[in-house]
Design a protein around this ligand. Structure first.
Ligand SMILES: [Ca+2]
Ligand SMILES: [Ca+2]
Length: 496
């Protein structure tokens, strides 16, 4: 009961705030002299599949940024558009709607690129002059077609290719696009509107005919009765073939995954991914897949290639798959590399020196600089240090490290500018094991005295062994404050 009263108070507050805003809106409309006798419509939205109308849209989860509204009369005349509103608001008010007997509100939810993903509508809203009509909670539905068949990556009989997707209740028609290019930048062989699935491409004479042994990519858009078009479906692919049991070796089927964009800045990393299957060999990989650019030549092999060194220009990137019989098939994708006026930074390691040695446990001093034409001197996390043995070491211009593992380390300094371009420098240092002898036990170092000069190559008398001294250092004894000897020995021979 307490809860109910509390909720009622909240509802009353919301309603009074609403009326306050609306009266302001009406007033300003009257001032403009344009909305005499107009109505307003309030609505809230709920996510797809909501059972209860109280569910809130999780805009981030659904990838929705904005919401727009279209108001139509009973004769489908567009009365007013509203929004866009921030999706997070979960509601909106469409003001200045010319009064009509009844109206219909269509809600459209867009992603950040303004592509339509969800759609909902509310019918038979009674409009009265100078009144606020409540369209209630409008449950939105997915409006992006979901592809069904042929399964992506399959081979299909060229004599009749049937493309099938799930029907969408509020879609009036669908636009189907089929291309030889993964990002539809190449030839579009089908670009047609269908009232419902499937889209069937048959025969070989008509102008949309497909060619055998060719990879094709396809996608579907939904269009509602008002011409609003959805975001594109996923892009699926199939390869055409003529079923023939007399063929002894079939060509591989090869695909390139669509890229996130068709244009990239020079110096930025582009990831190409592709796959190939062969009816005799199965899945092809490694050197059976070769990637080339018509500008830069071969750029890599295998299922994926990451490259940041593509030249500026319009590239046709080709993936060629070759089966064990030497039969091959190719597919292409077009991308543009645009000039990047930003220059990459320079990294330089000042310390440690290249090809230097250090004993395990001793401090190693790291110092480096990063300079960039645009950003000037780089610092902090713009400098990143790694060892190929110990992994990440530190960020920054200088630091000490005394726990490097024994071994030969390739130390790499990577410097990154504000635009994400990088520069590197590498040095090699070797960390050696050490033997510390605080009191040198035997002749000729039995009683070392300060000032005694020792030379490398002195032979020591360990029981049963001959050791040759490699280096000797006079150290401060950390425990007693006395000078202490550190000698590094190398076993020269063993007495039998
Ligand atoms: Ca084959
Ligand atoms: Ca730069």
């Amino acid at each position: 009961m307490k809860n109910f009263i509390y909720q009622s108070i909240i509802v009353l507050c919301v309603v009074s705030v609403l009326f306050f805003f609306l009266s302001c809106g009406d007033q300003s409309g009257s001032d403009n002299g344009t909305s005499e006798g107009n109505s307003s419509i309030v609505f809230r939205i709920a996510p797809p599949g909501s059972e209860t109308r109280a569910a809130a849209m999780d805009c981030a989860e659904l990838g929705i940024v904005s919401v727009s509204a279209w108001v139509y009369s009973s004769t489908n005349e567009l009365l007013k558009t509203g929004g866009p509103w921030d999706c997070e608001l979960g509601e909106g008010i469409i003001e200045g709607v010319p009064s009509a007997q009844t109206a219909r509100v269509v809600i459209i939810c867009h992603d950040e690129e303004d592509h339509m993903h969800y759609r909902g509508e509310s019918l038979d809203i009674a409009l009265e002059a100078d009144q606020v009509a409540d369209a209630g909670v409008i449950i939105t539905d997915n409006f992006v077609p979901i592809l069904e068949s042929p399964a992506t990556g399959s081979s299909v009989d060229i004599s009749s290719v049937s493309l099938v997707w799930e029907e969408i209740a509020s879609a009036q028609e669908y636009q189907v696009r089929v291309s030889t290019s993964a990002n539809f930048s190449g030839a579009i062989v089908v670009n047609q509107v269908f009232s419902k699935p499937p889209c069937t491409i048959t025969g070989s004479e008509d102008e949309n005919s497909l060619v055998t042994d060719t990879p094709y990519y396809w996608e579907v858009y939904a269009i509602d009765e008002h011409g609003n078009m959805s975001a594109g479906s996923a892009v699926w692919h199939f390869t055409t073939m003529i079923p023939d049991s007399t063929i002894e070796n079939n060509l591989p089927v090869v695909f390139i995954e669509p890229l996130s964009a068709t244009s990239f800045e020079e110096g930025h990393l582009v990831l190409f991914q592709g796959s190939a299957t062969d009816s005799e060999d199965g899945s092809l990989s490694g050197n059976a897949l070769v990637w080339t650019s018509d500008i830069d030549g071969e750029i890599g092999t295998g299922n994926s290639v990451e490259i940041s060194s593509l030249s500026v220009g319009n590239h046709t990137i080709r993936l060629k798959a070759t089966d064990s019989e030497g039969a091959s098939q190719t597919t292409d994708i077009s991308i543009t590399i645009t000039a990047n006026l930003n220059q990459p930074p320079n990294g330089e390691i000042k310390s440690p020196y290249d090809d230097s040695y250090v004993y395990k446990g001793n401090d190693v001093y790291f110092s480096g600089i990063g300079t960039d034409f645009e950003d000037g001197a780089l610092a902090g996390t713009s400098l990143s240090w790694r060892s190929d043995i110990d992994g990440f070491l530190s960020n920054g211009i200088t630091f000490y490290k005394n726990n490097l593992s024994i071994g030969t380390h390739h130390i790499t300094l990577t410097v990154t500018d504000s635009d994400g371009l990088t520069g590197q420098d590498t040095v090699i240092i070797t960390v050696q094991p050490q033997i510390i002898i605080n009191t040198v036990p035997q002749h000729p170092l039995a009683n070392p005295v300060p000032g005694l000069r020792l030379q490398k190559g002195i032979q020591s008398h360990f029981p049963g062994q001959a050791m040759i001294m490699k280096t000797v250092h006079l150290l401060q004894d950390h425990f007693h404050g006395h000078p202490a000897w550190m000698a590094v020995w190398e076993q020269a021979a063993t007495f039998l």
